[in-house]
Write a protein that binds this ligand. Sequence first.
Ligand SMILES: [Zn+2]
Length: 229
Amino acid sequence: MQISEDMLYYSKMTCPNCQREFQHPEVRSKYISLEKQDSDFCGYYTGINPIFYDVFVCKDCGYAFTRDSNTPLLDEERATIKTIMSGWRKEGHQYGGLRTLDQAIKIYNLAILCQELRNAKDSVKGSLYLRLAWLNRYLGNQENEMKSLQRALEFSKRTYEREAFSELKKELRMMYLIGELSFRTGDYKEAVKWYQAVIHHPQAENYPVFTRMARSRWQDAREEYKQNN
Ligand SMILES: [Zn+2]
């Protein structure tokens, strides 16, 4: 499928840093076509990839954020971010239309920089690192993928420990994901532990999709663990 401008529409956003308005490109849902998905939810699309457009970049100040981190900045956070903005604030202009994989990687790195500096929630940082890992997987850059998966794992564990889950589905998904990230970063013992926690969760039967995935991956992780010990 040829990727073209008419696959996008524009939503009006207000920058939480400089308060100016800008247009954010989003993918029209009728053009989103998921072909397959990896066991850590990394999606492959036949045409345009909506993940490239999950980060908003202010065209005036360059501040990069996501829907989950679209909250006003405190004065001290604004001051911290200002110190690093001068270097790339002009780049914000480049991301208002179609985005390439290289640009998406740049934008996710900008968002990570902004959200780490302002000390955003662990779930925000974990989700950004997970997506950055997927982008590096598309590119075939295993070294950077591993680095991002490792960070995603750290922040996902902290999310699980420190943040309350409003829905059971989100909690089970996070537990499964921690198992999956442990597996992919080579900690098979830890992976087995988290998959088992999903399978034995007292309310797991409400979301059989996660128990099914955890069971299948639990066996894989056990095999790997036996072979490596
Ligand atoms: Zn701004």
